[in-house]
Design a protein around this ligand. Structure first.
Ligand SMILES: [Zn+2]
Length: 65
C-alpha cells in the first residue's frame, strides 16, 4: 500500500499514512487530531509509472547549440 506524506496546517506537523491510492486525496487527520491537513508530494514511486524525464528535444540533439 502506498504511503503518503501530509502536513498539518494547524500545528505544522508532518506525518505519513499508508492508505489505498483511491483514498490518497481524502482528508487525513494529524497525530494531534487536526483535520486541516494537506497532502505533500513525495518521491515515492509505486508501480514504476513515474513520469518519464523530458526529452532533450532540439537542444538535446545538439542541433541548436
Ligand atoms: Zn495538527
Amino acid at each position: 500500500m502506498p504511503r503518503y506524506d501530509y502536513r498539518c496546517r494547524s500545528c505544522g506537523a508532518t506525518f505519513e499514512l499508508s492508505r489505498p491510492m483511491a483514498e490518497s486525496a481524502d482528508p487525513a487527520q494529524c497525530p494531534e487530531g487536526h483535520t486541516d491537513t494537506v497532502k505533500l508530494l513525495s518521491a515515492v514511486a509505486v508501480g514504476g509509472t513515474a513520469a518519464a524525464p523530458p526529452q532533450g528535444g532540439c537542444c538535446g540533439g545538439g542541433c541548436c547549440g
